[in-house]
Design a protein around this ligand. Structure first.
Ligand SMILES: NC(=O)c1ccc[n+]([C@@H]2O[C@H](COP(=O)([O-])OP(=O)(O)OC[C@H]3O[C@@H](n4cnc5c(N)ncnc54)[C@H](O)[C@@H]3O)[C@@H](O)[C@H]2O)c1
Length: 333
């Protein structure tokens, strides 16, 4: 197959990262893009067709593959329209915000065409731990600890279009199920009630415990209330895996380099740049998706796997509002 003709739907923060990755890829050609806001057209490279009508773009005859980068609750329509038109689809995480929507999307996939953007699976650091766990070097997981905290400006940007559990915790829930190799069966969470300037009342910081089907337990911390002046512009994320034969510790608070000075600029390992070329996990997952389209490689993250992470995130939501441990829908201990 020649270059994959791609379209991007939703040209916000993430959509523009996809546009940049496609522009740097030798395997793709960006032919069309869509956003509800006509002014988003100005962000596109020259020659890329633009429309405010997603259906027109995702069903277009000259498009092979579609990236759906709309807000969390707005993935379903363009994803299903594109799958029905025979396209490959890369859908941002979480696959949806309800299990009913996720099921409709998974059912619209004839097989192997829907990939979900659980990006940690394309981060070399998490891949390294996965390799050690899946080849038995670490032994079965005894317990895990995960942290995914973002500055309050990210909470202000996202709070009206998603929730903390669906936007952030879902990343770790997918990663944990992949690395521990077992589904999360029960979640128990508490949310902070401290008012945070600029954030609505609600769950802005959550601490949770997890039980996995294989007996492993986990502790998870997530927040979008970290003060901007802390300088953690690209988040504060960590992961520990304690296994029967070994343990692994990963921290991505500073991406390996800390610069002390005015502001807090440091290299971004997730979406960085080396010699003018975009690098990091977003590039890796875009290239891996293009290989699925060109060479028929299995999806890096299937719709069913993404549904599993969504089910755990929804159980966390239910637990913080009911105050009770919540079984994850459809998973048996
Ligand atoms: N993998 C990651 O690490 C990661 C990081 C950030 C965001 N995301 C995910 O990416 C998705 C987008 O997040 P974002 O931060 O870019 O949001 P955003 O608000 O910055 O951008 C969303 C864009 O979609 C457009 N839009 C909304 N409805 C549309 C429609 N029906 N048709 C066309 N365009 C439409 C909006 O106008 C906006 O420009 C979310 O699902 C989010 O969870 C993933």
């Amino acid at each position: 197959m020649e270059k994959v003709n791609c379209a991007v739907v939703g040209l916000g923060w993430m959509g523009r990262i996809r546009v940049a990755a496609l522009g740097n890829s030798g395997a793709a050609r960006l032919v069309a893009a869509c956003d509800l806001d006509p002014e988003a057209a100005a962000s596109l490279p020259e020659g890329v067709r633009f429309s405010t009508d997603a259906t027109e773009i995702v069903t277009s005859g000259d498009v092979d593959a579609v990236f759906v980068s709309t807000p969390d609750g707005l993935h379903k329509e363009p994803v299903i329209a594109a799958l029905r038109a025979g396209k490959y689809v890369f859908c941002e995480k979480p696959v949806a915000t309800t299990l009913a929507d996720a099921d409709e999307m998974v059912n619209a996939d004839p097989g192997g065409r829907l990939v979900v953007g659980h990006s940690l699976r394309a981060d070399s650091r998490y891949l390294a731990v996965h390799r050690q766990a899946s080849t038995g070097v670490l032994g079965p997981a005894v317990h895990t600890i995960t942290r995914r905290n973002w500055p309050v400006s990210e909470g202000r940007r996202q709070q009206r279009q998603t929730t903390l559990a669906l936007y952030l915790a879902v990343h770790d829930f997918d990663m944990l199920q992949w690395i521990v190799g077992s589904p999360i069966v029960e979640v128990s969470g508490v949310a902070s009630r401290t008012p945070v300037p600029g954030l609505d009342d609600g769950a802005n910081s959550i601490v949770a415990t997890l039980r996995f089907a294989n007996g492993c337990v986990g502790a998870h911390e997530t927040s979008w209330a970290v003060p901007d002046q802390a300088g953690l512009d690209q988040g504060d994320h960590a992961f520990s895996y304690v296994g029967v034969k070994g343990s692994a510790y990963l921290t991505e608070r500073d991406h390996g380099v800390v610069v002390y000075g005015s502001g807090s600029q440091f290299p971004d390992a997730l979406n960085g740049e080396v010699f003018g070329v975009q690098t990091g996990m977003y590039v890796n997952e875009v290239e891996r998706f293009l290989a699925t389209v060109r060479e028929g490689l299995p999806p890096l993250v299937t719709g069913e796997e993404a549904r599993g992470a969504l089910a755990a995130a929804l159980a966390l939501e239910e637990s913080i509002w009911t105050g009770r441990p919540t079984a994850v829908a459809g998973v048996h201990a």
